[in-house]
Design a protein around this ligand. Structure first.
Ligand code: TMP
Length: 295
């Protein structure tokens, strides 16, 4: 650990933080400090990145788990969604398959899941209740992170292959507001005027392997913020690294990876791919430490 970097951001010296190349991190950080809020943009995954992987030793809910574990969902949904996950998740993480081979399987999985949800008679009100009763938690310090980005009007793109309505509701309930500098790209349900679910809103569903510029290609999001050349990217899987594809004119990027479990098995590959790896942490304190010096 470099003394200069440690002085800048003491949080980076914590024992659960790893950097392959601290010089690279310091250079990036100093560029970002020079440009401050004027050139910064943030892209973050949601499940187990902005939200906690665990709290007091218990695994927290992802957006899909909020639905899959809820007593308000019909029995057939809970059983079937678990069965599908057992079939398709091993394919998602199978190192012997290419992305081209995995993609049709992911579309199959998400389509089946959406079909099931279409027959669950969901309402907006029920989603609110399910989130309140769930084990989905924003990381400690996430509200401060949102507040700071919001107060300086720094664009935050949340990119998720999870359920957008659950993310929206979780943020609203736990951060107590929904910031206008935030753009959420995820799978959204469609509701009628009475708040009853009538299908899905996305033209194209978002799964793990198209969580990149394809999912925002029809929007002018990136071109509108092309002057924002400094990017903080936050994710918890290697697939999240693709979220920056499509962000134009980036001259400086720092990739932050949350390694939530199977640390020994994954640390090397996370260190190779992320600039800063944060291990088994329930908070955003390290990220907030970086923000403190950049802004
Ligand atoms: P993300 O966290 O990278 O945005 O990806 C969402 C994860 O959700 C991805 O690993 C697939 C998973 N998933 C479920 O756990 N249950 C489901 O029913 C579906 C469709 C996806």
């Amino acid at each position: 650990m470099l003394d200069t970097l440690k002085k800048l951001v003491p949080e980076l010296a914590r024992s659960n933080v790893c950097m392959k190349d601290p010089h690279f991190v310091e250079r990036g950080l100093r560029t970002m400090m020079k440009d401050a809020q004027h050139k910064l943009q943030v892209i973050a995954d949601f499940d187990w990145t902005l939200s906690k992987y665990s709290e007091n030793g218990n695994v927290c809910d992802t957006t899909h788990k909020v639905l899959g574990q809820s007593k308000h969902m019909p029995e057939f949904y809970r059983t079937e969604t678990t069965r599908l996950k057992d079939i398709y998740m091993p394919i998602e993480f199978d190192p012997s398959l290419t992305i081209e081979e995995k993609t049709p399987k992911m579309i199959e999985w998400y389509s089946k899941n959406h079909e099931l949800l279409n027959s669950c008679h969901l309402t907006r009100q029920l989603l609110t209740t399910m989130v309140t009763e769930s084990k989905a938690r924003l990381r400690d310090g996430c509200k401060d992170f949102f507040d700071q980005l919001h107060s300086l009007d720094i664009p935050l793109l949340i990119f998720s292959a999870g359920m957008g309505d659950i993310i929206h509701e979780t943020i609203q309930q736990q951060a107590t507001f929904y910031p206008k500098n935030m753009k959420l790209v995820a799978n959204f349900m469609k509701f009628d005027e009475m708040g009853k679910m009538i299908g899905f809103a996305n033209e194209e569903l978002i799964h793990t392997f198209n969580k990149n510029e394809n999912a925002v290609h029809s929007s002018d999001y990136f071109s509108n913020i092309r002057h924002r050349e400094n990017l903080l990217l936050m994710g918890d899987t290697l697939g999240d690294l693709g979220m920056a594809q499509g962000a134009e004119h980036i001259s400086c990027i720092l990739k932050i990876g949350f390694l939530n479990f199977e640390v020994e098995k994954n640390l090397d590959v996370y260190k190779q791919n992320f600039d800063i790896v944060i291990i088994e942490d329930e908070s955003l304190e390290v990220v907030n430490g970086l923000m403190r010096v950049i802004l």
